[in-house]
Design a protein around this ligand. Structure first.
Ligand code: F6P
Length: 377
């Protein structure tokens, strides 16, 4: 028989995205309706370590569903199984502090924990499940790269931001006869660039999954110019890279996630301008949409998905099913084992079950090709 659930915890971990507050609202309301108390741990796993939480009830989640960010805060710096500590000399050492969190949960009489996060956060959740914590995860990320789910929440709002930005950039591009580039996020998956670019009417879309050839892009621009298209709109994923070339990134070893992607849009702008300036006299400008994709109000589609995920997570806990992620499959919400999602690697290692990438059989890719969008090959 499933254990009686009286109290659950929730934390929002990893980078923020739209829909986190809607998930919190849904978990709290669904739990309250079953007389279950909810403790909201602050700043992701850090809150578990410091036992820093707030009691959440229906009043505390009133009117938060549309708001971006998380009322609990987010951190993508804390892996409690391999916690980074700076010694007196400023050198990094690692410590396993996971049992402090487990004891805190026991002392707080938390029967189950809802972890809202991406792959790194779910790897820690898998490890807490291995230590006996009753965990249910909810997949969040604007990148939509979590496997075994059709959609992560946060993605739809970010796509909308990209489409809006492209619409704005397009008109100024037309007025000046310029080539306009928009760099968007997504890490090593091209979903944001592909869906955002398509819906924002981009002429070219460059994805991590399809390495680009800068000479071919320049030739295509000249061809378009000669056909009378004086302005071109290009949507570039931050993870896009040339054939046989590296992604553009900065490395800062002080951070656990030490490689920060970004800058490929400006790099391409510079290279393209050099290649076309003596032929078309066009200027090339780049805008990096950056964190605008992660902030602001949550659109209706992400709110609904967050509500569905949050309520399903509570129902899953009630059924006594743990060590799983809730996921979307077609019209249904289902559960998937965490070990399938993030792999079966050693404790504390952020091994992945496999990232969900744009593949040749993706219908969005077919659609882009069919509509004549150039993919930089
Ligand atoms: O994974 C979400 C994401 O926004 C990526 O698209 C981006 O590369 C990264 O996070 C940025 O992370 P940070 O907030 O650490 O700069």
């Amino acid at each position: 028989m499933a254990q009686t659930i009286k109290r659950i915890g929730i934390l929002t971990s990893g980078g923020d995205c739209s829909g986190l507050n809607a998930v919190i609202e849904s978990v709290v309301k669904s739990a309250s309706s079953k007389n279950i108390q909810v403790l909201g741990f602050k700043m992701g796993y850090d809150g578990l370590l410091r036992n820093d939480y707030v009691l959440l009830d229906n009043a505390s989640v009133r009117n938060i569903g549309h708001e971006g960010g998380s009322i609990l805060g987010n951190s993508n710096k804390t892996n409690l199984f391999k916690r980074r500590i700076f010694d007196e000399k400023g050198e990094i050492t690692y410590r396993d502090d996971s049992m402090i969190a487990v004891k805190n949960l026991q002392n707080d009489s938390v029967d189950a924990l809802v972890v809202v996060g991406g792959d790194g956060s779910m790897t820690s959740a898998r490890d807490f499940a291995r230590l006996g914590v009753n965990v249910v995860c909810i997949p969040k990320t604007i990148d939509n790269d979590v496997p075994y789910t059709d959609k992560t929440f946060g993605y739809s709002t970010a796509v909308e931001r990209i489409a809006d930005a492209l619409s704005s950039i397009k008109t100024t591009g037309y007025s000046h006869n310029r080539v306009m580039i928009l760099e968007v996020m997504g890490r090593h998956a091209g979903w944001l660039a592909l869906e955002g670019g398509l819906s924002g009417d981009a002429d070219f879309i460059l994805l991590p999954e399809i390495p680009y050839n800068i000479d071919h892009i320049a030739e295509k621009l000249i061809e378009r110019y000669n056909l009378g298209f004086k302005s071109t709109l290009i949507c570039v994923s931050e993870g896009a890279h040339p054939k046989n070339g590296k992604v553009t990134a900065t490395v800062n070893s002080k951070y656990p996630d030490s490689v920060k992607l970004g800058g490929v849009g400006s790099k391409i702008a510079f290279e393209l301008e050099e290649k076309i300036k003596n032929v078309t006299d066009q200027e090339v400008r780049c805008t990096n949409l950056s964190y605008i994709q992660r902030g602001g109000n949550t659109n209706y589609s992400d709110r609904i998905l967050s509500f569905r995920y949050g309520s399903f997570a509570v129902d899953t806990i009630m059924k006594g099913e743990f060590g799983v992620m809730v996921a979307m499959r077609g019209e249904k919400i289902v559960t998937v084992k965490l070990e399938d999602v993030v792999g079966n690697g050693p404790m504390g290692e952020t091994s992945k079950g496999g990232m969900k990438n744009v593949t040749e059989d993706s219908d969005l890719l077919r659609c882009a090709r069919s509509m004549g969008v150039y993919l930089g090959e």
